[in-house]
Design a protein around this ligand. Structure first.
Ligand SMILES: Cc1ncc(COP(=O)(O)O)c(C=O)c1O
Length: 419
């Protein structure tokens, strides 16, 4: 059993806690477990790096202030993916120099980030050029696409020729020319090859990234991105961080032998730190069937407005019906939206196919807990679709107390900006 399985099995979100969540905050409601978040961060902080290490949290996975502040206090740095995430990290109390912007879109606030000391990772030649115009003679990181990627699905692969992320490795000459033209010092190199990556591909890409570092003599810090696979279902594998760490350590030591540079290492996981530390407490609001050759459906009050991963990727999340003494039934779980894609139990990797789960036969009013919902759920949901208000977020404290992090949106807030 690896650390993530241990965390999941030790979940403190018991039926009593779920009932208290519903009584106090209503459903659907996100619940994050502080002890599990801390344990995941401490495990990642132990990543072996021979010449210095920075753990940079990819806040896109879960940018809730309560989560950010917890990681801030443990000494983590932040990967922000937009100008707005930079603001959010600053508001959560991160020092500017602990925030790095790695944005797919050009920044609209680059001058202000530079003035405040927020770090910048140029993700295209255009971004590098823009930085050079604003901060001649400054220091910069470049995000490179080393030529290979891997993700849990094609949609989460961010490396190789089919990915628009980062600067294509064959454009390194142009990177150097731009840096020279603007007097920029490229002292950091970054790559992130996807989410839910195959660890073997991740290791190969680490080497390919170091080969790029070899061609940029001023680089002293390499960021190998995130993407570490985390099983949310009991049968899904999770990355063996110790194995990947040992491999990277050897690579960095070998680089030192070849090149003389002792590189500072960064990794920037999102999923690894939060995925299994969060859950959604939901209620079963209806049960319908489609005959002997059809399906039994349980409709929950949580769906796409809270969790899109199943309908986007065919991602699998544990779903527990908190009922005892019931017969088991094969059930397809769906969300509350008028949208046939609002499915919580698709087939693995195939959002269009239904995959019933064997669970205690649900009844209206049952509490249902959707697990593995700490990453890319609250952060990446279709909030306000069908005008459902955004769900609240709660922290389960180590002493069992439930602390509200974010209130449920009111109806007025859904339409407050309409003129
Ligand atoms: C640049 C960058 N770094 C890190 C991450 C985190 O990835 P994961 O949550 O798979 O660890 C992402 C996710 O898309 C990313 O785009």
């Amino acid at each position: 059993m690896n650390a993530h399985e241990a965390l999941r099995r030790a979940s403190r979100l018991t039926a009593d806690v779920a009932a208290e969540v519903r009584r106090r905050f209503g459903t659907p409601c996100y619940v994050y477990d502080r002890a599990a978040l801390e344990a995941a961060a401490r495990q990642a902080l132990a990543f072996p790096a021979p010449f210095g290490f920075t753990l940079r949290y990819a806040m896109k996975a879960n940018p809730s202030r309560g989560v950010l502040q917890l990681f801030r206090d443990l000494g983590l740095h932040v990967d922000a993916s937009s100008d707005f995430e930079v603001e959010r990290a600053l508001r959560a109390g991160f020092a500017p120099e602990r925030i790095q912007l790695t944005s797919q879109a050009p920044s609209l606030a680059l001058a202000s980030h530079v003035a405040r000391g927020v770090l910048f990772n140029a993700c295209s030649l255009h971004q590098l050029d823009e930085l050079g115009r604003i901060a001649r003679g400054g220091e910069v990181s470049v995000r490179m696409n080393a030529g290979l990627g891997s993700g849990s699905t094609k949609r989460t692969n961010t490396g190789g020729p089919a990915s628009s992320f980062g600067i294509w490795h064959e454009d390194l000459g142009e990177v150097k020319a731009l840096a020279e033209r603007h007097g920029l010092r490229i002292n950091r190199l970054h790559s992130h090859i996807g989410s839910g990556t195959d660890p073997e591909v991740w290791k190969r890409c680490a080497r390919m990234t170091l080969d790029l570092v070899a061609q940029l003599p001023e680089v002293g810090r390499v960021n190998l991105g995130g993407g570490f696979k985390v099983g949310r279902m009991p049968e899904e594998p999770s990355v063996d961080l110790a194995d990947v760490g040992a491999h990277v350590r050897r690579e960095i030591e070998a680089f030192r032998e070849r090149d003389g540079r002792a590189l500072h290492l960064e990794i920037e996981p999102g999923t690894l730190l939060v995925a299994n530390a969060g859950a959604i407490v939901a209620s079963c609001v209806d049960v319908v069937g489609t005959g002997a050759d059809g399906y039994l459906f349980a409709k929950l009050d949580a769906g796409m407005p809270e969790i899109t991963r199943p309908s986007l990727y065919g991602a699998q999340h544990p779903i527990d019906v908190l009922a005892v003494g019931r017969d088991q039934a094969a059930v397809v779980f769906v969300g509350p939206c008028c949208e046939s894609g609002d499915i919580l139990t698709p087939a693995p990797g195939d959002p269009e196919a239904l995959m019933p789960r064997w669970v205690p036969r649900p009844e209206i009013g049952d509490l249902v807990v959707i697990g593995g919902a700490g990453a890319y759920c609250a952060a990446m949901a279709t909030i306000n679709y069908n005008s459902y208000p955004q769900a609240p977020e709660v922290m389960l404290e180590p002493d069992g107390a439930l602390r509200l992090l974010r209130r449920r949106q009111s109806s007025e807030q859904v339409w407050q900006n309409e003129l």
